[in-house]
Design a protein around this ligand. Structure first.
Ligand code: GDP
Length: 304
């Protein structure tokens, strides 16, 4: 229900475009396919993924020349659900920490302003709610505000945070956070990292160093490298995903701010293009406004 609300703008915009795309047409013909292509691109599904979807629909039209436009929504829904399945995305229905990793270390990356801190706070809250012991590490030492903001969330969720002064070595903070987490018997440790998108080599070096130093405490850390992307930035989010995946091995995605945007299609394109599962979506500013991304719910809610 929050998902429906969170996707409201994307849905409204999508349906308006879809009804224009098929206006006056009863059969799916070349015109309709051209229009559909435009609908998908302008919904921020991304060009590559759009072409893939169009190809699949063309293949269905080739088999059934009388395919009606009234069926287009249903078909689109099937094809998009299929795409999301291929990227192995959105199978989870609950916030969960995999068995056998204690502490489970999540390193969070992303550009400033995308909602990184908020996502960490919301995620910590969900884990804490399950009775898990959560520790935060403020390894975004570049801005004082980043450390302060994370502290605000640590207070709100009522969990420990490990931090140092602004300007200190991020790897050193990450080390301390893991050590402290291990000593406290933490189940989950979430490490915030610097959010400036400086040049690729610097970004790569910094993230590599943070990882290497963490591994001195927990040999196989981080277990998850979560890239946070702002869904409302559409194509910018694709660009950021490109840069971060080139700099480090990103293992999952969180797409935020889907509530305020008509660009919800970005979730489909990004998971398809980068073959990285979208794990969480942000649908508001509140502590409860983070959802485990579930493809069935998403597709159902988008095409309802
Ligand atoms: P950071 O710089 O990446 O750490 O970004 P913040 O976590 O500080 O978030 C930046 C702004 O985006 C804040 O005003 C947040 O409340 C807001 N924000 C974060 N996630 C969401 C979301 O899912 N929906 C909405 N509407 N706002 C969000």
């Amino acid at each position: 229900e929050t998902l429906d609300k969170g996707l409201e703008k994307s849905k409204t915009s999508f349906f308006e475009k879809m009804s224009k795309a098929v206006a006056g047409k009863s059969k799916v013909d070349d015109d309709v396919l051209d229009n559909l292509e435009e609908v998908l691109v302008t919904s921020d599904v991304g060009v590559k993924t759009t072409l893939k979807v169009i190809e699949r629909i063309e293949a269905r039209v080739a088999k059934d020349k009388y395919l009606g436009t009234d069926e287009l929504n249903k078909i689109l829904r099937e094809e998009i659900a299929g795409l999301l399945s291929e990227t192995n995305t959105g199978n989870a229905t609950e916030f969960e920490v995999p068995e056998g990793t204690k502490p489970h270390v999540i390193m969070v990356v992303g550009v400033n302003g995308v909602g990184k801190t908020t996502t960490i706070g919301k995620l910590a809250y969900q884990f804490k709610k399950q009775g898990k012991k959560v520790v935060l590490g403020a390894a975004d030492t570049f801005r004082a505000a980043a450390i302060d903001q994370l502290q605000v969330w640590a207070d709100r969720v009522d969990i420990p945070i490990v931090k140092q002064q602004m300007g200190s070595d991020p790897a050193s903070v990450a080390f301390d956070a893991l050590e402290s987490g291990v000593n406290q018997g933490a189940d989950v440790i979430i490490i915030d990292t610097a959010g400036r998108l400086h040049n690729k080599v610097n970004l790569m070096n910094e993230l590599t160093k943070v990882k290497r130093v963490m591994q001195k405490v927990v040999g196989d850390a981080p277990h998850d490298v979560l890239l946070v992307l702002d869904g409302s930035t559409g194509q910018n989010a694709f660009e950021q995903a490109k840069q971060f995946t080139a700099a480090t091995e990103v293992t999952s995605l969180a797409v935020t701010k889907l509530d305020g945007t008509a660009k919800g299609g970005v979730v489909i394109g990004i998971s398809d293009q980068f073959q990285i599962p979208v794990k969480y979506i942000g649908v508001g500013e509140g502590i409860e406004d983070l959802q485990v991304f579930n493809k069935i719910e998403f597709v159902d809610s988008f095409f309802k």
